[in-house]
Design a protein around this ligand. Structure first.
Ligand code: MG
Length: 338
């Protein structure tokens, strides 16, 4: 079994601004696992504020030795071994997980949604993200997003109400709000959420810093809208910690170390009666298609990552009329086109 990887830089269509940062590119690492003439594709997307880089991914992946395993079907053991190489590195770990899943599905000749027994017609609609920007740009982006049935708006700076009001000048489409830990005071956060509830907002993601657990639990008890944890919930053990603090969790492959742990996180969250959202970073259609395999399981999706870049090198799951749409191809369902 061979592992290959090479760096790739994703070019964004628009400068992307959230509460903590602003950027025009995303560093990425492409991964391939080859065995028996079958290539499995994977990817690590690494927005700089999360701490991984092409350098850290290269260092990590160079320590992954797949030659000692007979084939990818020992995926549980392989991923446990990879997890022990070093702590952290969730995106680098995810890239190998995705490539192994792709290989296994291709060997079976089946897409993962079928292997998991999921109905491809039950995929959710996806939100389309509008970053923090000037009124003019927000209006323009909102008009461009008219195929989407729901918008996701980044808040957490000084112009929160202006952002929502500007979008409401253009459309009545439901909005989900992501504060990216931007609100620091719980009383102010509550009054913002109460205001949001009058503006057609569906839920609020990570309203306050993840360390302020008691404040977030206080907020959740009083909030008229569901509160979803994102930065607070990285991997499987975090799901239990989120119970009672959040109404739901945002699962992303680049946080969870890939499809296998994401699937477990979704099962645990649902068993606790929590809502599940499936999110992404800016990614090519490789990681998006991998996440899309899980999407019939979740309540909400935010899988617009490949739409936000201009140099996608994969063809896979797409968004049709605002809905995540799976393709009938084995593995994670991608073709390499670049
Ligand atoms: Mg978020």
């Amino acid at each position: 079994m061979k592992l290959r990887f090479y760096p790739y830089t994703l070019e964004l269509k628009h400068t992307f601004t959230v509460a903590v940062s602003s950027r025009t590119t995303t560093p990425d690492m492409m991964v391939e696992v080859e065995k028996d003439g079958i290539i499995g594709y994977g990817e690590a997307s690494m927005p700089p504020y999360l701490g991984e880089s092409q350098e850290t991914a290269r260092t990590f992946l160079s320590k992954v030795d797949l030659s000692k395993y007979p084939d990818p079907f020992l995926i549980d053991d392989i991923l446990a071994d990879i997890d022990r190489i070093a702590p952290g590195n969730p995106a680098a770990k995810a890239s190998v997980d995705i490539a192994l899943h792709d290989w296994i599905g291709k060997k079976f000749g089946q897409p993962w949604y079928r292997i998991w027994g999921l109905d491809p017609s039950k995929t959710p609609v996806t939100s389309f993200t509008i970053g923090i920007d000037t009124k003019e740009v927000v209006r323009q982006k909102t008009r461009e997003a008219d195929i989407y049935k729901v918008l996701k708006v980044k808040l957490g700076r000084e112009n929160d109400k202006e952002m929502i009001e500007t979008i409401r000048e253009v459309t009545d489409t439901p909005i989900r709000v992501d504060v990216n830990q931007g609100w620091k005071d719980r009383s102010q956060a509550l009054s913002m959420i109460e205001w949001c509830a009058t503006k057609g907002i569906e839920f609020v993601e990570q309203p306050m810093p993840k360390e302020q657990v008691e404040d977030i639990a206080w907020l959740r008890e009083r909030s008229p809208l569901p509160i979803i944890g994102d930065e607070s919930v990285q991997r499987l053990p975090d799901v239990r910690k989120a119970y009672g603090v959040y109404d739901g969790i945002n699962v992303k492959l680049m946080k969870s170390t890939g499809m296998r742990e994401a699937h477990k996180m979704i099962s645990v969250a649902k068993s606790l009666g929590m809502k599940v959202m499936l999110g992404c970073m800016t990614e090519t259609s490789c990681a998006i298609s991998a996440a899309a395999q899980l999407s019939p399981l979740v309540d909400w999706a935010d899988l617009d990552g490949a739409v936000l870049i201009k140099n996608d090198i994969f063809d896979g799951a797409t968004i049709v009329d605002g809905k995540v749409t799976l393709v009938d191809r084995p593995g994670i369902g991608v073709l390499k086109v670049g």
